[in-house]
Design a protein around this ligand. Structure first.
Ligand code: ZN
Length: 322
């Protein structure tokens, strides 16, 4: 999650988004409730994502930071090593991977795009997360957490040899912390005909905050409902995301007319007492006290939030791709 934008840029973004709001919402196949009858179509049940595997990815990304000056920031050896780690896992699992190189602030950055072979190439569902940290720390909650949740979901797609109706594409973005640079470059570089094939973009930025909240992006109603349905199955109440509005890689997609959604566990905003009552944790304390700090390490993760939110990634990908 990048730092909050100035009021002026936020206003410009609102105007740009408003101009594109006529785009239709993402469509999903009709769903039937389990056991409702033999004629009702049912979508494939989403798998449980192994939080142990997600945490193993976090440990690897922490080790990469520790071996490279303590961070994985844009332009650093730690960032490139992070890309190589994720690409290696995806290549071994049968994904078609592409590394996009770009230069910003005088340094080379990378996006990693991974396509799961198959599905309708004219209807693409994307999920992504930024992989760069700030230079002050290892960036484990922000945003190794989202990166690892998306990676483990992609690896689960492969393990289950999932055959979705839509084509699945996963992305890890560079230089988000410098202003959504990698994702903006990606969207800008897509020909209009390719952009309109993307029927949804799901963003995961900070999903293991140590004093967690459960926030759902309220951009596209269908995607929002999918995530809310998931948390309802876990009896976890949610709130619409406000803190993260426009501050992560979903923004360039939304501004280009792509339906977007995602979940977020909170950053530097303090948890209210009402929120502590429904979610537990500490009122009056930030959702992530280590936001953009050197203490954003593997110790800065709430395992329950990481587990639930990783499962939410899979639930939405399975639900929205069938
Ligand atoms: Zn951030």
């Amino acid at each position: 999650m990048r730092l909050s934008v100035s009021g002026r840029s936020a206003a410009a973004a609102v105007i740009a988004a408003a101009a594109l709001l006529t785009t239709s919402a993402i469509s999903t196949a009709a769903t039937g409730s389990p056991g409702a009858g033999t004629t009702a179509p049912t979508r494939a049940a989403a798998p449980d994502i192994s939080v142990a595997n997600v945490k193993a990815h976090l440990s690897q990304l922490q080790s990469i930071a520790s071996a490279n000056g303590g961070n994985r920031s844009h332009g650093s050896a730690g960032y490139k090593a992070s890309i190589d780690y994720i690409k290696g896992k995806l290549d071994a699992a049968g994904f078609t991977t592409t590394v996009q190189q770009f230069t910003t602030s005088g340094r080379v950055g990378y996006n990693l795009i991974a396509d799961w072979p198959g599905g309708d190439a004219n209807r693409i569902l994307m999920a992504g997360s930024h992989l760069d940290s700030v230079s002050r720390g290892a960036g484990i909650n922000d945003n190794a957490s989202g990166s690892a949740a998306v990676l483990e979901t992609a690896l689960t797609v492969s393990r289950e040899q999932y055959k979705p109706a839509k084509h699945l594409r996963f992305a890890w973005w560079g230089a988000e912390e410098l202003g959504l640079i990698g994702s903006s470059n990606y969207v800008r570089g897509l020909p209009a005909a390719e952009r309109t094939k993307i029927k949804g973009y799901l963003n995961f930025d900070m999903v293991g905050s140590p004093n967690p909240g459960y926030f759902v992006y309220d951009d596209d109603p269908t995607i929002e409902k999918t995530f809310k349905d998931y948390y309802a199955t876990k009896n976890v109440s949610t709130e619409p995301d406000r803190e993260g509005d426009g501050r992560s890689d979903h923004a360039p997609f939304k501004n280009a007319g792509v339906p977007v959604g995602g979940v977020f566990a909170g950053a530097s905003t303090a948890k209210t007492s009402a929120q502590a009552q429904k979610w537990g944790g500490t009122a009056g304390q930030a959702f992530d006290r280590c936001y953009h700090s050197s203490c954003d390490t593997t110790a800065n993760i709430n395992d329950t939030a990481l587990d639930r939110n990783s499962d939410a990634v899979a639930y939405a990908i399975w639900g929205l791709s069938s």
